[in-house]
Ligand binder design. Structure first.
Ligand SMILES: C[S@@+](CC[C@H](N)C(=O)[O-])C[C@H]1O[C@@H](n2cnc3c(N)ncnc32)[C@H](O)[C@@H]1O
Length: 277
């Protein structure tokens, strides 16, 4: 345990030191994140094993859903494409980060198809699995746009070069990639957009950063709008924000590999019963 803690600390310090060399301004923003992360604690969430059926209930969509299989096949195809190009794929294969898991991929696929968002925003691109899935679904809808805020790896050139590699050129017309940390770029983007229908948090998974992004997006999330927040079990950020938002209904979902959790939030349209599940 102590060894894991030490290697995590060493990796964070290395990341911070490398960041100061390549981008001192963004690195300075990482310092409070690093300090705050020492006060993080894991949360013992009540996982909803029937989350996918529950999600479809929220979406007013049929269950079993025929799109579930298609979403899974799309995730499998993306994994295969990356594998064929020689990239490692999965947990902790993008520096300390991971490619999005199949369960989150299916949830995004079904949600975009069933809710037809006009304005989708995400943070954290890496190789672009979530971006690709959302963009494929928007393309099928024939409407909507995705804005992705992403701070690429500060010093590993080969990882930087892999940014968004899962999104082919013919799927980029509905996509705006915005480089920089969410702390620097998200507030301005949200001011410009004025409203968001769907949000995916998959950037820096600290309590402080997760709360920050959820708070910013919560202010402009359309009633009935959805948030997807990856990797919620290692810190209290998701729990803190949902407690503070009476209009938010939350689902706690297991990742397909059973190693992590992601959360889904739906902003209740006004007039709906608050917090009922
Ligand atoms: C977990 S990965 C994203 C996985 C991706 N969504 C996928 O589908 O595979 C996290 C990404 O967020 C980027 N990142 C880290 N800190 C960030 C920050 N403060 N703001 C925005 N992006 C950040 C990382 O460099 C990395 O590209």
């Amino acid at each position: 345990m102590e060894k894991i803690f030490r290697s995590e600390t060493v990796s964070r310090l290395r990341h911070l030191a490398g960041s100061f060399v390549t981008d001192p301004l963004e690195a300075a923003r990482l310092v409070p994140e690093g300090l705050a992360s020492y006060f993080e604690h894991a949360v013992d969430y009540d996982v909803d094993k029937l989350w996918e059926a529950r999600l479809h209930q929220w979406l007013d969509a049929p269950w079993p859903c025929p799109e579930r299989r298609i979403g899974q096949e799309l995730w499998d195809t993306v994994a295969e494409e990356l594998h064929d190009c020689g990239f490692a794929f999965g947990r902790h294969t993008y520096g300390q980060y991971s490619d999005a898991d199949a369960a989150l991929g299916r949830a995004l696929w079904c949600t975009v198809l069933h809710t037809r968002p006009t304005v989708a925003v995400e943070t954290g691109v890496a190789r672009g699995i979530t971006s690709r899935i959302v963009l494929e679904a928007l393309e099928r809808n024939g409407e909507g746009h995705l804005w992705s805020v992403d701070l690429p790896h500060p010093f590993e050139r080969d990882l930087r070069a892999q940014t968004g590699i899962a999104v082919p050129a013919h799927r980029r017309s509905r996509w705006s990639y915005i480089e920089g940390s969410s702390r620097r770029r998200l507030p301005g983007l949200l001011r410009e957009l004025g409203r968001v229908d769907m949000f995916v948090h998959d950037s820096l998974h600290t309590a402080r950063n997760t709360r920050f992004e959820m708070k910013c997006v919560g202010q402009v999330l359309h009633p009935g709008g959805m948030m997807f927040v990856d990797d919620i079990s290692t810190h209290q950020g998701f729990a803190d924000w949902t407690r503070s938002a009476p209009q938010a209904r939350a689902l706690i979902c297991p990742s397909a590999d059973g190693e992590g959790l992601f959360g889904i939030v739906r902003m209740q349209p006004t007039g709906h019963p608050v917090k009922a599940t």
